[in-house]
Design a protein around this ligand. Structure first.
Ligand SMILES: [Zn+2]
Length: 357
């Protein structure tokens, strides 16, 4: 009898406690948001004149996820920034001194270790970093730092052995057969390592690359098995140490007979000691960076490199096997509500328009 009488009281008290506890948890979540991941984009010298703009694009893509706060570190000597010079101030750093040839900035020494992920927007022929900066970078990655190499960042620093290990594969930049192996999928879907002689770095005409996902990984989870990139270059004949590397997705440089049948690695992940690296060869020009496939794999790749996990969803406008998808870039104006206010597109186009070759 007694137990029956007391039970409802006990149950109500328990319920009340649960409600109070849940409310306090919810309040705690509201007052203490998750700290943002710290990302650093490094740039200043790239053979691709889009670089001042693509740094701003990548910065905005990361900030729009709500997960990242993004800084930029730039060499004081810049190269090929003129085409997109209007974007230089938006990186929040000094504009720099534009030179006809890349030159080492003796003061370039970003505090890599203060960041969860470092993204390189350097390119072919970028001048060497000071020795101490190279060492700091190697230690940062080795001790568990995240690194993301975008398009021509895998052309940089061809004679820097540890950099080649960190990026796994690279092209041009003085690389030779000695730099390492070719790595690609053959027609039968077999992963090939080829130490034989041959060129290092090539691409044909730009096109919408048919991309095939090759591995289950947080970065590729939920993506269609086959999808089209925006108009871009398909890097091929890259070589490198290719250690601790997983090829996530491949594409064919089908504009050149010599590479027919080779499915080239376009998206890769690597480990370098404790560090995590995401390598994308996509991102030749503005319209390439506007591809939803680029944006999605880039932001997911940065999250994975920073944390080892991916929570960013696959967007509804992700491309399919026969339909590319792009978002015309317009820069969010700082200080506007939710960054919702945007500059008018210079193309007077609409967001979400399809790009064609
Ligand atoms: Zn390119």
């Amino acid at each position: 009898m007694t137990s029956i009488l007391f039970r409802p009281t006990f149950t109500l008290a328990t319920l009340l406690l649960v409600v109070v506890f849940a409310a306090s948890q919810s309040n705690a979540q509201k007052t203490e948001p998750e700290p943002k991941l710290k990302a650093l984009i490094i740039d200043g010298q790239n053979n691709h004149p889009v670089w001042p703009k693509s740094t701003v694009m990548m910065k905005q893509y990361l900030e729009e996820t709500g997960l990242f706060e993004v800084s930029v570190a730039r060499t004081k000597f810049t190269w090929r920034s003129k085409r997109e010079k209007d974007y230089l101030p938006f990186a929040g750093v000094a504009v720099g001194e534009e030179l006809p040839k890349p030159k080492t900035d003796p003061d370039f020494a970003p505090a890599f270790k203060d960041y969860d992920v470092v993204i390189s927007n350097f390119g072919n022929a970028a001048a060497d970093w000071p020795e101490a900066t190279r060492t700091a970078f190697e230690l940062y990655v080795a001790h568990g730092g995240g690194f993301v190499t975008v398009h021509a960042a895998d052309n940089s620093f061809g004679d820097w052995l540890e950099y080649n290990k960190i990026i796994g594969l690279g092209g041009w930049g003085g690389r030779t057969t000695k730099t390492g192996t070719y790595l690609y999928y053959d027609k039968e879907g077999k992963l090939i390592r080829d130490d034989g002689p041959g060129k290092v770095g090539a691409h044909g005409a730009q096109h919408n690359i048919s991309i095939v996902v090759r591995a289950e990984h947080p970065i590729t989870a939920g993506l269609p098995e086959n999808w089209l990139s925006a108009k871009d270059e398909c890097y091929s004949f890259l070589r490198g140490p290719a250690e601790n590397i997983t090829v996530l997705a491949t594409g064919q440089n089908n504009t050149r007979k010599s590479s027919a049948g080779r499915h080239e690695p376009l998206l890769m992940v690597l480990r370098y000691a404790q560090g995590r690296i995401f390598h994308t060869t996509l991102g030749h020009d503005s319209y390439s960076f506007e591809g939803v496939g680029f944006i999605t794999t880039f932001t997911r790749g940065c999250q994975w490199a920073a944390t080892g996990a991916v929570t960013l969803p696959v967007p509804e406008d992700f491309p399919t096997h026969d339909k590319p998808s792009s978002r015309t870039f317009s820069r969010a104006i700082e200080g506007s509500e939710d960054g919702a206010e945007r500059e008018r597109s210079e193309k007077a186009g609409d967001n979400g328009s399809q790009k064609k070759d």
